[in-house]
Design a protein around this ligand. Structure first.
Ligand SMILES: [Zn+2]
Length: 169
């Protein structure tokens, strides 16, 4: 199965650097993120950590939507389609758009097989805060204003897939 990200990664052995279109990425096991997340949750509580991880994802989403608009001249629709494809290709689960309504400021994305949820174990709340944040950053760039981003369904809660509803404020 072709993967446009993997096929276009560059590797600089002198720097230990992997990049896609000159943007650096790294591979990390989901267990590493999970253990970090759980350790911080034990200290600060799950709500605070959810907010902090959302902030972490926001930056990447904002940078990506800005870059794909300014450097590659993508339309809003193309940015959403590209990010959904890329989300799957970088291994963050199988992304699909359930709804995209720029006029109403609404974006709903489903993610099957989230690696974050898959390793987390049972939870009574959604745990995929990085995905929630990246999608929020992406949507902010498109809608041009602040958004709320909610994980309405999560594999870790026993749902069939994760689902993210993003709305412009
Ligand atoms: Zn989830």
């Amino acid at each position: 199965m072709s993967n446009s990200i993997l096929e276009n990664l560059t590797y600089d052995p002198d720097q230990g650097r992997i990049a896609f279109k000159d943007v650096r990425y790294l591979l990390i096991r989901p267990e590493t993120l999970r253990d970090f997340q759980k350790a911080v949750e034990a200290e600060l509580g799950r709500e605070k950590v959810a907010e902090m991880m959302l902030q972490g994802g926001l930056t990447g989403g904002r940078l990506s939507s800005k870059r794909y608009r300014e450097v590659f001249g993508y339309s809003d629709q193309q940015i959403v389609e590209f990010m959904v494809k890329m989300g799957s290709e970088i291994g963050w689960g199988k992304f699909s758009v359930e709804k995209f309504d720029p006029a109403k400021g609404e974006l709903v994305v489903q993610v099957a097989s989230s690696p974050f949820a898959a390793v987390y174990g049972q939870s009574d709340t959604g745990v995929c805060h990085l995905i929630r944040g990246v999608l929020a950053g992406l949507a902010e760039g498109i809608f041009g204003r602040a958004v709320t981003s909610t994980e309405t369904h999560c594999l870790a809660k026993g749902d069939a897939h994760c689902r993210f509803a993003i709305r412009a404020a």
